[in-house]
Design a protein around this ligand. Structure first.
Ligand code: HEM
Length: 265
């Protein structure tokens, strides 16, 4: 047990986590490396450790961190010049950043899983580490580019409040939204609201593929990474808003008791 915890304490770049070989990293493990000082990204079956890269390419910081701990394959090469594109990777990302290949999820001993969860929880309770504080301090702001938004969407775009005011909307759980992942009813969560993107298919400037690859999921991060304009947000709330997200796991909409537990839009 001590060995496991001490290994995890020092888990950082180039470490291959216990229980996996470097050519066999499940996405659940990639998901744990989602911080500026410990940043892995999966793309097209390969896992990249971009921790060092981040330190030296501060101007790409926001677009890289948006994918930290995630599989960026659905977006690969969709927009040349935007991370992650082939052009971008050939130019900036060298083979030495490859940490391994994406592998299948393997049954892991339940005690190890429990210890991992406890350890992650402890790290969250401890708050930011020295490295995390340092990584944030060294961030460079790029003129003309927005920093990762910290204000609520409505504070940044006050016009939005008028659009949804007075609408009587049903509540959806994440599980319910996940079921709406077809081209007939492509639902998405953006900023704790639920949208049916059907009217956008065929006319979305970013293309339908991107939308469909995200149908049924929470796309808040993706929506912000592409710095959608106020016009896009107004169109979204005016034509596609179908509900609000209930924060109760497994809760069933519409309305009823769960409305009480609605998360702040
Ligand atoms: C209701 C939701 C959405 C609406 C109304 C919408 C609308 C738009 C509009 C109007 C643009 C043109 C640029 C602008 O005015 O901002 C755009 C661009 C784009 N959108 Fe969306 N979008 C939505 C959701 C998404 C999502 C969830 C993704 C990603 C998963 C996405 C990816 C993109 C991309 C990649 C571009 C092109 C950006 C670029 O060229 O830099 N959009 N969208």
């Amino acid at each position: 047990m001590e060995e496991l915890l001490s290994h995890e304490d020092h888990a950082h770049k180039h470490d291959v986590p216990m229980g996996w070989t470097s050519s066999d990293i499940p996405l659940s493990e990639v998901a744990r490396h989602n911080k500026p000082h410990d940043c892995w990204i999966a793309i097209c079956g390969e896992v990249y450790d971009l921790t060092d890269f981040l330190q030296h390419h501060q101007e790409q910081r926001n677009s890289i961190l948006a994918w930290a701990g995630r599989d960026a394959t659905p977006m690969f090469d969709k927009i040349p010049g935007r991370f992650p594109s082939k052009q971008w990777m050939e130019y900036y990302m060298r083979p030495e950043f490859k940490t391994g290949k994406v592998g299948p999820e393997k049954p892991v001993d339940s005690i190890i899983m429990e210890l991992r969860e406890l350890h992650d929880e402890l790290r969250r309770l401890e708050g930011p580490s020295k490295e995390e504080i340092e990584a944030v301090k060294t961030a460079v702001k790029v003129p003309g580019k927005t920093d990762a938004p910290t204000l609520s969407e409505e504070s940044r775009f006050p016009k939005l409040a008028e659009i949804s005011a007075g609408k009587d909307l049903p509540f959806f759980s994440r599980a319910e939204v996940a079921k709406h992942n077809t081209a007939e009813e492509p639902y998405m969560i953006i900023h704790n609201r639920v949208y049916n993107l059907k009217p956008l298919l065929g006319s979305h400037p970013g293309g339908d593929d991107i939308l469909m690859s995200k149908a049924g999921t929470d796309c808040t991060k993706d929506f912000e990474v592409f710095e959608h304009s106020e016009k896009a947000r107004v169109q979204r709330d005016r034509d596609m808003l179908v509900g609000l997200l209930s924060i109760l796991a497994g809760s069933v909409g519409p309305r009823g008791l769960f409305g009480l537990f609605q998360s702040a839009p």
